[in-house]
Ligand binder design. Sequence first.
Ligand SMILES: [Zn+2]
Length: 274
Amino acid sequence: MSERVESALQSAAFAGSIEGIAPEDSHALSFALARARDFAVAPISNFRVGALAVGASGSCYLGANMEFIGVPLNASLHAEQSALCNARAHGEQAVRLLIVSELPCGHCRQFLQELWDAPNLEIRVGEHAKTLAALMPNPFAQIRTEGQSLLDSPLQKLKFSEAGPGGSEQSLIEAAAMSYTPYSQSPEGVLLETTTGKRFTGNAIESIAFNPSIPPVIAALNQKNLSFSRKETVNRCLHARLGTSLNHSFALTEAIMGGVDGIPVERFLMECTE
Ligand SMILES: [Zn+2]
C-alpha cells in the first residue's frame, strides 16, 4: 500500500489527494502522513507539520504548513488548514477524520469549528484519537449546519463588474464562487499560472474568529505546493474581489507574490448576480 501512495505522489497528475486508502489502514495512513509532512515549506520556523483529511468520498487530502518570508507571521498556513483547504478545492463535501503529525494549535482548533458537526470530528495524533469537542470545549463558534459549512456551502453567484481577464475569466470566477465567507460576505478568487501553463486557483475561507481565515492567494499557493508542479515558477497572478466588500486581500496577494515570484498582480472587481 505504501508503494501505491508513493506512486500517486510521484505521478504527474498528482494534485493533493490520494484515492483508496481505507480509514482503518493505519500503516498506509502513517506513511501518507509522513510524506505529507515532506511538503511543508517552513523557512522561518523550520517546523514541519503534515496532515491528512479523510473525506466522506473516500479520498484522502494532504496538508502541510506554509510560511512566507517578508509578510507578517499570521499569513502562515497551518497543516490542518492546508488539508481542509485542499479538500474544499476538490469539492469534498465532508471530513470526519483528521490525522496530524502534531497536536493542533488553538488557532486550528478554532478554524475546524467551521466544519459541519465539528464537535464530533475525530482528530488522530500518533496513537491517540480525540474529538474536536474534547480538544476544544466551550468554543467561540456557532454550530455550522449541514449545507452551510466550510466544505458543503453552496457556490456563490458572481460575475465581473468590468471587462474580465480574457481566457482566464471563467476559472477565476469559478474559484471565487467556491469562497466560504459567511461572516463578511466577501468572496475572492486568485488564479496562478506557471511558466509551463499550469493553473492553480484559490478562494477565500473564513473563520468566525476572523484571524484563522485563509486568503485566496495562500489557498492557491497551497494547491500548487500540494501538486506535481510545486517547484514551478508562477509568472501570472490574477485576483478578483467583490467590489462592495469591506475587506479584501489585494495588498496581501501583492506582498506575497512579490516575495515568492516577483510578479505584479492583475486586479478585477466582481458583483453578485442575485
Ligand atoms: Zn495550527
